[in-house]
Ligand binder design. Sequence first.
Ligand SMILES: NC(=O)c1ccc[n+]([C@@H]2O[C@H](COP(=O)([O-])OP(=O)(O)OC[C@H]3O[C@@H](n4cnc5c(N)ncnc54)[C@H](O)[C@@H]3O)[C@@H](O)[C@H]2O)c1
Length: 384
Amino acid sequence: MTRTTTVRIAMNGVTGRMGYRQHLLRSILALRDQGGLDLGDGTVLWPEPVLLGRREHALREIAERHGLEHVSTDLDAVLADPDVDIYFDAQVTAAREEAVRKAIAAGKHVYTEKPTATGLDGALALARLAREKGVRHGVVQDKLFLPGLLKLKRLIDGGFFGRILSVRGEFGYWVFEGDWQQAQRPSWNYRAEDGGGIVVDMFPHWEYVLHELFGRVTSVQALTATHVPRRWDEHGKPYTATADDAAYGIFELDGGAVAQINSSWAVRVHRDELVEFQVDGTQGSAVAGLRECRVQHRSATPKPVWNPDLPATERFRDQWQRVPDNGEFDNGFKAQWELFLRHVYAGAPYRWDLLAGARGVQLAELGLKSAAEGRRLAVPEIAL
Ligand SMILES: NC(=O)c1ccc[n+]([C@@H]2O[C@H](COP(=O)([O-])OP(=O)(O)OC[C@H]3O[C@@H](n4cnc5c(N)ncnc54)[C@H](O)[C@@H]3O)[C@@H](O)[C@H]2O)c1
């Protein structure tokens, strides 16, 4: 006999790109499609979203499309509802801190997109408040659940690399300016005053990827640029891009490895995937993307000789071996939602919390400071 428990989740920002596609559709509705989340103790959790936002008609339209019942534009009223257990936030970054603070104060468990706040002080304050209130909390760290990075982690755990020397990350693609072709990202991303910028957006991801796979980031040196200073918004109106759209970062890691990651919305893709990490170790190297991972072992490493007078004699890409899946990978956002729900309702351990989220905010803050001051900065370890 299984018992079904309804879990009411206030989902704020579901009209947005991430909130709608990854969190509502690919996570919460996908969980419903599979019959709920089986906790394995006779309980099945049935997630019941309450669509929360500013535009009622847009929320109603989504609710109707997916046969959902609950819609609200009143955050305070939703947080006052004792039937609501969890508050989830995928709003624009600038609106997050205040809403999450209110949710914690109301005693709700919180799950939120990154970055958790616009500055380290605010991010730490949220983590402290959550601890004081005794609520459970989680922050999206989706890249850890990508098939490519899971395979990379498997290689690390299996000792494939020997001593890891360096990590080279390349992230980005061309984001259209919005004049003759519509931009494929929201315009607030390009305005610093609205919480935009590629450092604020991507450094939180790089913090947990580097930390979990290779070692904590101990220093950062970044150079940022606004390569495309004029863009056109959702209404076709030109605006000045005040935020960085590219960041060239070097990170020292605990354990001695060096990571170098380029992040850019002004680069054209000549890679296999939109993000790729090359990891070089004494025993072997790997290149991991979103889905794929390729390796070259020490024993199969060719010996190229530098001679610019001759055309390349080898096809270097062909000298790598594909790492097999050896399993099935679910959507990364859904996988993390499941772990969070197990944490809240079955007490399962969960380390991607608001303190972990604050580390990401810290790295972004220090990255911007490093760029502004033109120097390398230590990244102190934070605690509550
Ligand atoms: N985990 C990831 O890989 C990932 C990827 C992209 C974005 N994000 C994060 O998700 C959040 C949302 O990003 P997005 O790309 O979905 O943005 P979006 O612009 O598509 O969506 C933003 C949402 O916030 C709402 N909103 C609330 N207050 C607002 C305000 N004052 N102005 C404008 N919109 C407001 C919008 O209605 C919309 O629902 C951001 O914090 C971003 O950092 C995470």
